[in-house]
Write a protein that binds this ligand. Structure first.
Ligand code: DON
Length: 472
């Protein structure tokens, strides 16, 4: 777990204005929106404890790409145009992401990142200290001080990587393992699979109205529970076992009317009395010839994080603090609401939806590694990937390409991709579901699967360019 941590000076109401409303700019697009970064510590921890190469070896290609530059892709070029208000309002970001003459980069032009190369060199030379102390730390703290930010030298030194057990559940004859709290991904993925396990989904037909209705009703209930029960397990007793209990899933399944949509306002999170337990976002997957599998989702929250770069150090600051619930009942950047479990506290980690997942067959052999970006939609995107493979017997490429849907309890809206048939959408509307007004894109998965003969297949989601499936 290399999730960001709230700085020591963070406080529950830090994003509320004088009227007690959430100041969205402060929560999402200011130096206050950044949690203490964990990436560098996390990657180094994984390498030192589980890797076979040296830090110098693994960072070298990144240093070269930053120093010599890389050709700007068509989608990066258009994304930088789209985000020019966001990035352009920060002097360092506009210096890093726009040409010196103020023009936009065209596809094919080289994007050189000299400051980033220097930062990466310091990390390559000094390891964790190359980021959390010394010059990089000085630059980061200077960036904070220029804007009255609160991340301190002590916060950087105090950042801790935590090794956690993944959450696992059985779905049909497979074992599904994914990220535990402080992500909500694994818990709710397993919860939704448990609900859905009670039906023969294959017989209903992929993306039929009957199938999508069951998906939506399962999603609605899982995200209601998320709003109350999920947060950093070091600060809040997350009832993960109860939420992933097959009996609780059976109760939820019983409540689902198969003919009619329920209303989100009638759905409540699991009552706290059921809790008996004592207190106790880029994806990639790799698979080596020895069967070691890594499924990693990585995020600085929004595209380009807070939009603010550390001047002189060449990297963007995250805005993960917006993944906290700044005010009970008030939606974050993904429309998610939360309460006490995910309130801001010093040193706490903001709740995530990341769902890096590995599925094991009954013999314990890995068969699928998958995951996705997409904020609140990550969990339901991964859910549909697993259903496509396990219930609908799709190959990993077909599972990736198939159109998806999403529901997150609140707002009470069924989002859908182009490709879900209009006939089906009409039936769902008749059943009482409130559909979004136009199709949206849901998720960008990167997956590897292995078949019965241990032949591996990789699939990079065609929804976004710039990723690839590469054989070993
Ligand atoms: O951890 C989370 O749930 C979010 N920070 C993920 C953000 C994300 O996936 C953005 N990607 N489109």
């Amino acid at each position: 777990d290399y999730r960001e941590m709230a700085p020591a000076a963070a406080s529950r109401n830090m994003f509320l204005d004088a009227e007690g409303d959430v100041d969205r700019v402060k929560a999402r697009h200011s130096v206050h929106s950044s949690g203490v970064p964990g990436t560098v510590a996390g990657m180094i921890y994984a390498l030192e404890n589980y890797g076979t190469m040296s830090l110098k070896q693994v960072i070298k290609p990144a240093i070269e790409l930053a120093r010599k530059g890389f050709p700007v892709s068509r989608s990066l070029a258009s994304s930088l145009v789209r985000y020019s208000d966001y990035l352009g309002s920060d002097p360092a970001s506009s210096n890093y992401f726009y040409r010196a003459d103020g023009e936009f980069y065209q596809a094919g032009e080289m994007l050189v990142q000299k400051d980033l190369a220097a930062t990466l060199k310091r990390i390559s030379k000094n390891g964790r200290d190359g980021f959390y102390t010394g010059k990089t730390a000085d630059l980061l703290i200077a960036q904070m001080r220029r804007n009255a930010g609160i991340i301190s030298y002590e916060d950087l030194l105090n950042y801790r990587v935590v090794e956690r057990q993944p959450v696992c559940g059985d779905y049909r004859s497979n074992r599904v393992c994914a990220m535990p709290p402080p992500s909500s991904g694994g818990v709710h993925l397993i919860q939704m699979l448990n609900i859905l396990e009670g039906w023969d989904l294959y017989a209903l037909g992929h993306n039929s109205a009957a199938y999508l209705h069951r998906l939506v009703e399962s999603m609605r209930r899982a995200y209601a529970d998320r709003s109350l029960h999920l947060g950093d397990p070091d600060f809040y007793a997350v009832p993960a076992k109860q939420l992933m209990d097959k009996r609780y899933a059976a109760e939820l399944r019983e409540q689902i009317d198969l003919a009619e949509a329920s209303r989100s306002k009638d759905i409540k999170p699991m009552p706290a009395r059921l809790i008996t337990e004592s207190p106790e976002t880029t994806h990639y997957a790799t698979w080596d010839r020895w069967g070691n599998v890594v499924s990693n989702t990585y995020t600085i929250n929004f595209s380009y994080g807070s939009g603010i770069s550390v001047a002189g150090a060449g990297f963007l600051l995250n805005n993960e603090m917006d993944d906290f619930s700044s005010k009970p009942g008030s939606a974050n950047g993904y429309g998610l609401i939360g309460g006490e479990a995910n309130a801001i506290q010093p040193g706490k980690r903001p709740l995530s939806s990341m769902t890096p997942t590995i599925v094991f067959d009954p013999q314990g052999e890995p068969i699928v590694a998958t995951g996705s970006p997409g904020g609140s939609t990550i969990i339901t995107v991964v859910l549909q990937m697993l259903l496509n493979v396990i219930d609908f017997d799709m190959g990993i490429a077909e599972a990736t390409a198939a159109p998806r849907i999403h529901h997150q309890w609140l707002p009470d809206t069924l989002r859908y991709e182009r490709g879900i048939s209009v006939d089906t959408l009409n039936i769902l509307t008749e059943m009482g579901h409130s559909l979004g007004d136009k199709p949206v894109r849901l998720g960008v998965t990167q997956s590897i699967a292995s078949d019965k003969n241990k032949i591996k297949y990789a699939a990079s989601d065609p929804r976004r360019e710039g990723a690839a499936a590469i054989p070993e």
